[in-house]
Design a binder for this molecule. Structure first.
Ligand code: HEM
Length: 302
């Protein structure tokens, strides 16, 4: 477009909405030029790291959790594009799941920042000041699950035995795998970490699960006729990265700090973490229909 065509297009844009183009053209004369720090909100971003103890490595712990939340936001962004579309094409799903895979790989390959990048004794001291907070309380982690798959895929085999016939959304949440982190099913007692988490987010989880009925990524995929090998491969990668590889990398880090010498220290969130965090027990799968019985049988096992 040359300059005259550009100006004509701008004039046409404002006339089309009944506005006087001159007002907007004159406004351009006075508007501020963009700069990096305002656009990226650098000052705000860098003001959000607030350690609670004097240990230098606590800042690494905070920043890396924040980085993870941002990367989870990137994954969510892609999944939302799929679940928000009436029926995305196979090519659109492949593209977006490939992006989600790239982001999830970032989370897996960077986790050494936690495992090898903090002083062991300092970590084990400052973490005690952070109880009962736990990464378990990351809501984005659960929102992604709820957008990706039907609720029944978030209930493991023992949970399924407890479910009533024709379970409601609330029934599923009673037996969802992550309750095992903080609910003692014999006494009915819940850890403070779980109580806090449910008080803050359970309502929004139930709301999102209801909104997603029939619209999850899993269900959008199921409507693709004769899915290509490429699509199936990308979906399997996503399931493997998000539901097996990241949990294993994370669990190995927990073992490194809490159980290096078999001492099985208590987690800040109070879970029976060694069992709870293992993908073999969680059995969280986004696309169970695309696997063979044998693949399902070996889910999360080494
Ligand atoms: C030294 C680093 C870390 C250790 C030792 C650790 C340890 C644990 C433990 C023991 C749990 C079980 C719940 C509890 O009782 O607290 C847990 C849960 C969890 N943590 Fe971490 N964590 C670490 C870093 C992170 C980071 C960086 C994130 C990123 C946000 C994170 C996200 C999560 C999530 C999402 C869960 C729940 C997992 C699930 O339900 O499958 N953790 N963590």
């Amino acid at each position: 477009m040359n300059r005259e065509e550009l100006i004509n297009a701008i004039v046409a844009k404002y006339e089309a909405i009944g506005e006087n183009p001159d007002t907007y053209l004159e406004g351009l004369l006075h508007s501020q030029l963009m700069n990096y720090w305002d656009y990226i909100q650098v000052d705000t971003l860098l003001s959000l790291q607030k350690p609670r103890t004097p240990f230098a490595d606590e800042e690494i712990f905070i920043i890396y959790h924040q980085v993870t939340e941002l990367v989870l936001k990137l994954i969510m962004h892609e999944i939302k594009q799929i679940t928000g579309s009436a029926q995305p094409t196979e090519a659109e799903i492949i593209e977006r799941v490939t992006r989600a895979n790239r982001y999830t790989t970032m989370l897996i390959t960077s986790f050494a920042v936690m495992k090898d990048g903090m002083d062991y004794d300092d970590y084990n001291t400052f973490r005690l000041s952070l109880a009962p907070a736990s990464g378990f309380q990351s809501a984005q982690f659960r929102y992604i699950e709820l957008r990706c798959t039907r609720l029944e895929n978030l209930v493991n085999a023992t949970g399924k035995e407890r479910l009533p016939a024709n379970p409601s959304t609330e029934d599923y949440f009673e037996h969802i795998y992550w309750k095992d982190a903080g609910l003692n099913r014999k006494t009915g007692k819940k850890t403070l970490t779980l109580r806090q988490f449910e008080e803050k987010y359970l309502e929004s989880f139930v709301e999102l699960a209801n909104e997603m009925r029939g619209e999850t990524l899993e269900e959008k995929v199921a409507r693709i006729e004769n899915p290509s090998d490429e699509l199936l491969k990308k979906l399997k990668y996503f399931d493997k990265f998000y539901n097996i590889e990241w949990p294993k990398t994370h669990l190995n880090t927990a073992k490194h700090y809490l159980d290096a010498k078999g001492e099985e220290k208590a987690a800040t969130g109070g879970s029976e973490w060694k069992k709870y965090l293992h993908p073999m027990y969680q059995q969280r799968k986004f696309f169970p229909e695309i696997y063979t019985a044998e693949e399902l049988e070996h889910w999360g096992k080494d």
